[in-house]
Write a new protein. Structure first.
Length: 445
């Protein structure tokens, strides 16, 4: 299949030797290229490269390229994996992908369980499909860190949670990955009454015994949509969230004494569920699992508190709305209170429920076009939404509604902002250079 080339960097070696967009890179120095890892490794290993490429008419051609060791070829590919994403073969009782049905977008139903995507993008893998050749490649190419969904170190319990027939003992797998030189960031999706309590304590103890190779442990509460059909699954109560946070705090104190790190961290959602303030950014050390919703709120607030001194004292620009989900309110209330102090600024904070997947789904990034369609029509001059509501490369929500269609429904202008404090401030009050996209039209008078 090869790596489909979607862009040639201007002035690069690739441009000079005549490689075209639409070509596919098949091999480098006789080594078949199956992903961006192969490409980077092979293209950096030698100064003289023998490239085999395929044109759009399926004809093959070869090029010899000489370059400096640190010089890039200048190729941009359509995807990081060129052959196929290795999909999950498990049937986890809490699988969020299964709870997205019915979904209009097929890509949302892809169950990625590919160690390459774990290395490249921080995706979590269960390791149940790793083969001997995968371990050899991880060792050879030093693919570290990897992000592993552990859930439980009790092999029998983990097998039941993953709903697979074969043995699911994760500890030997982690030890083998560590022997390959791999650092591990572990995730525990915690289901009340299933893998919490003594099972959680065992899991944390087992993982801590592998420190420092296991560099962080995230405890993330199970998420359930209105399409959940797994018996016995439920959400944490506020009281249970309080007890869990208290337990994690005790373990963090213990680990700081032993290892000089808290090691285990709770997801932001647990603090929100418990009605507790989000800890300061220092609590999360170097934010090892921020993309897993662990410390994301603290990082945003840290940047906001540092930059809010740039806010104008006075500003008038029509009526605006900031959109967030239920969980996002824990962050955006502080932002809104600071903005409300600006003389002349007419702005609302709109907290939107999830009508697509149910009110139990509270993450801002899982809001869709139909959710935002519940906002009042022809009321605001601009509505600001975070970019993580959309497909990474398109103006499309999870329900396939486009931003343009939403703008038409609400008869207003939709401004999409990257989800950082600096981008929000610049978009609201600067020249909007960091706004990702601005789509729609002004509301009708």
């Amino acid at each position: 299949m090869g790596g489909l080339i979607t862009e040639i960097i201007s002035g690069s070696i690739a441009e000079k030797v005549g490689i075209k967009t639409g070509d596919a890179l098949m091999s480098v120095n006789g080594r078949r290229i199956t992903d961006i890892i192969d490409y980077r490794y092979a293209s950096a290993a030698e100064e003289l490269l023998e490239l085999e490429l395929m044109r759009q008419d399926c004809s093959l051609y070869r090029l010899s390229v000489r370059k400096d060791p640190d010089q890039e070829l200048g190729l941009v590919f359509a995807a990081n994996v060129f052959d196929h994403i290795r999909c999950c073969v498990n049937h986890c009782i809490f699988c969020f992908v299964d709870q997205l049905q019915p979904s209009p977008r097929a890509g949302l139903l892809l169950k990625d369980d590919d160690y390459r995507m774990s290395f490249l993008e921080g995706n979590f893998i269960t390791c149940t499909n790793l083969r001997d050749c995968d371990f050899r490649r991880i060792a050879e190419l030093r693919l570290s860190p990897l992000y592993v969904s552990v859930h439980s170190t009790d092999a029998e319990l983990r097998q039941k949670m993953l709903q697979i027939k074969k043995k699911a003992d994760i500890m030997p797998v982690l030890q083998r990955l560590i022997a390959c030189g791999c650092t591990i960031h572990a995730q525990i999706v915690l289901c009340p009454g299933i893998n919490d309590g003594p099972a959680l304590e065992r899991t944390i103890n087992d993982l801590a015994s592998l420190f420092p190779a296991v560099a962080s442990i995230a405890v993330v509460p199970v998420g359930l949509t209105k399409y959940n059909r797994s018996e016995g699954l439920r959400l944490f109560t506020p009281e249970e969230a309080v007890d869990l946070l208290d337990y994690i705090a005790v373990r963090q104190t213990e680990f700081r004494k032993l290892y000089n790190t808290s090691l285990v961290f709770a997801a932001d959602e647990l603090y929100i569920k418990a009605g507790r303030n989000i800890p300061d950014a220092g609590h999360y050390e170097d934010f090892p699992q921020i993309e897993n919703g662990v410390g994301m709120a603290a990082a945003f607030l840290k940047q906001w508190r540092r930059l809010k001194k740039r806010l104008p004292k006075e500003f008038a620009a029509g009526r605006w709305a900031l959109v967030t989900g239920v969980n996002g309110r824990a962050v955006m209330d502080e932002v809104y209170n600071d903005l409300a102090k600006i003389k002349g600024l007419a702005i609302d904070l709109s907290v939107v429920d999830n009508v697509l997947y149910g009110k139990s789904v509270t993450a801002t990034g899982l809001l869709s076009g139909c959710c935002l369609s519940t906002l009042p029509k022809a009321t605001y001059d601009k509505i600001f939404i975070p970019a993580n509501m959309l497909k990474f490369d398109q103006n499309i929500f999870l329900d396939d509604m486009t931003v343009e269609e939403l703008a038409e429904k609400l008869q207003t202008q939709i401004v999409v902002v990257e989800p950082t404090a600096s981008a929000l401030i610049t978009t609201l009050f600067g020249q909007q250079l960091t706004a990702r996209r601005i789509v729609g039209r002004r509301r009708r008078k």
